[in-house]
Design a protein around this ligand. Structure first.
Ligand code: SF4
Ligand code: SF4
Ligand code: SF4
Length: 194
């Protein structure tokens, strides 16, 4: 008798609906729990992730960023802040000092790897762009732009290239103490004012 009643219970459409409703609610609850756990983990990782970065206000573009990184080609690259740039024809980061002619002959250009591209906008303005794939972080353009321009070019450690060494080899010898550990929220220092 009992067996017949329990079989009836299971096959009853009303009971089946209830079962699937509860099953669906449990599934939704599990999905929410998984999402919450993931978010907590993400926040924890974010808060504890630290990277090496250059403070452009302290960097003196000494050249050691090119030669002291553990990577074959430095993880340090020049960055160009367009907000700060004067779009000058005679750009201190693009041309060497005391050039006789403003043309693109290699002996006139500051960048040894041809990483800086220049595009005419309108008289007398030019736009400058850095090709990071060619840049070796030598800092020559940074020095030139700081000396004769607005300081729109500066060096940054590219986090997608950097090995995030326990002890950054450049930070160890940086004469300006310009490289420090920063949280992920400040992984890059942006120049926005001259
Ligand atoms: S070693 Fe220091 S001062 Fe020299 S270029 Fe790198 S960050 Fe700038
Ligand atoms: S001068 Fe040096 S730092 Fe500047 S873009 Fe060329 S390679 Fe990079
Ligand atoms: S942390 Fe390592 S890979 Fe990154 S810039 Fe410093 S030396 Fe280069």
């Amino acid at each position: 008798m009992n067996m017949i009643a329990s079989k009836k219970n299971r096959t009853n459409p009303e009971n089946r609906r209830k079962f699937w409703k509860i099953f669906g609610q449990l599934l939704a609850l599990c999905a929410i729990l998984v999402l919450v756990v993931f978010s907590i983990q993400k926040i924890t990782v974010k808060e504890t992730a630290y990277f090496w970065q250059i403070d452009p206000e302290l960097c003196i573009a000494c050249g050691l960023c090119e030669t002291s990184c553990v990577l074959p080609v430095s993880a340090v690259k020049a960055v160009h802040a367009k907000e700060v740039c004067g779009f000058c024809d005679l750009c201190g980061g693009y041309y060497r000092a005391n050039v006789k002619e403003l043309n693109t002959a290699a002996e006139n250009l500051m960048c040894p790897t041809g990483a800086i591209q220049r595009r005419f906008i309108e008289e007398p303005y030019f736009e400058y762009t850095i090709n990071e794939d060619l840049c070796n972080g030598c800092g020559k353009c940074v020095k030139g732009c700081n000396a004769f321009g607005n300081g729109a070019m500066y060096l940054q450690i590219k986090q997608e290239l950097c090995k995030n060494c326990n002890e950054c080899q450049i930070a160890k010898i940086c004469p300006a103490g310009a490289i420090k550990r920063v949280p992920v929220s400040k992984a890059y220092e942006k120049k926005s004012e001259p």
